[in-house]
Design a protein around this ligand. Sequence first.
Ligand SMILES: Cc1ncc(COP(=O)(O)O)c(C=O)c1O
Length: 419
Amino acid sequence: MARVEKSLATAAVIDWDVERIREDFPVLRQTVNGKPLVYLDNAASSQVPKVVIDRGSVYLEHEHSNIHRGVHYLSQKATTAYEGAREKVRRFINARDARECIFVRGTTEGINLVMHGYGRKFVREGDEIIISAMEHHSNIVPWQMLCEEKGALLRVIPINDAGELLLDAYQGLLNDRTKLVAVTHMSNALGTINPIKTIIDEAHKYGVPVLIDGAQGAPHMPIDVQEFDCDFYTFSGHKMFAPTGSGVIYGKQALLEKMNPFQGGGDMIKSVTFEKTIYADLPNKMEAGTPAIASQIGLGAAIDYLNGLDRDKAIAHENELVRYATERLSAIEGVRIIGTAREKGSVLSFVIDEVHPHDIGTILDQEGIAIRAGHHCAQPVMKRFNVPATARASFAFYNTKDEVDVLVRTVEKVIEVFS
Ligand SMILES: Cc1ncc(COP(=O)(O)O)c(C=O)c1O
C-alpha cells in the first residue's frame, strides 16, 4: 500500500519500457475498425501474455488429464502442475499454507463459497453483515440472499462525494451482532483504494472476520494476506493476465476448517456411505468435482510472468497513466470524473453532459478503443452519484500515454458530434 501511495504522489518519468512489455501480449497487435486496438477495459478482463497462452497449450498437448485420482503418468503430471499453481498463489499473496488457497472460478464464486460455507453455518436471525456502498453486485447479492434466508440484516458503510468510505460511520455500524464485514480492496466503478488494514483491525476488535474482494486489488498492488490479517481474500484470474475460469479464495485455515464445504461431490471426501460422508482435508474439502485445471495452471503461469516484472515500476506506470488521463479528461468542458478519492487505482469513470455513456462507448469503439459503458455491476454506486451509467477506462501496465491521447481526442470528437 505504501508503495502505491508513494507512486501516486510522484507523477514522474518512470523507467518502464512499455513497448517491450507490449510485445508479450499478442492480442494488442491487432487493428479494430481499421485502427490500432486501444485496450482500456482491463478492469473487466485483462489481456493474456504469450507465455501464459503457451503454458495452456503445453497442458492441453502433453498433460491433459484429470487430477488427484489417477496413478498414471499424465494424471500425475497434471496434478503436479495444478498443485504447483496453488503454491505459486500461496507465495504471491504470502499465505501461511497452500491449503488456505482454494481454487474457484473467480471472485464471484469465492464470495459465494464464504456465503455458503461460513454464512449459512454461522449467521442467525438478528445478526448483521456489513458491506460498503461501493461494492460490486457479487459482494452484495450473496449477502442479501443470506440475510433473507436467515432473517439477518445487511448494513452498508456510506461513502462521501469523492467515493471514499466514511470510516466513522463504519465504526458506528460494528457491534456484537456483526458476523462478517465484506468490502472491496479497490472499487471497479470508482477506482477508490480502501484502507483495508484499518477496516480489518476495527472488525477484529469485535472478533468479526473480514472478507476482502480483491478482484481489482490483486492485479494492481502487492498482496500480503498475513500483513493485512484479512480472514478471506478473493480474486479472479481473468483480471490478472490469466485465463477465465481461474481464481482463488484465500481463507485462514482455522476458519476454513470450521466452515461447511461449498459443494458436495467427488474429490471433496475421505469416505462415503449412505449413512455418512467424511469430508476431505483442506483444500480438497472446498473443491468438489473436476476443477478448471488448465485455467488454474494458467494462473500459475501468469503469476510467474508478474514475478518476472519489476512490479513497483509496473504499478507506478499504471498510476501515472491514471494521473495523466484524469488531468487531460477533466480539462475538457462537459466531462465529469466520477470517483475522485485521494487513493485511487487504475480505473477512471467519467460522464459527459447530455451524452449517454453507451454512445460514448460506441463512438470510441469505432476508433478501435475498448472501454466499458454501463453500471459496472455497481448500480448502488450509480444511484449514489445520480448517474444512470458511466464510461470507464481502466489501465494495465501495457497501456501507453499515446493511448490516453487517442482516448482524449476521441472524447473531444464525441462532444463535437453531440453539440
Ligand atoms: C470489484 C469486483 N468484484 C467482483 C467482481 C466479479 O468478478 P468475477 O466476474 O470475475 O467473478 C468484479 C468484476 O468486475 C469486480 O470488479
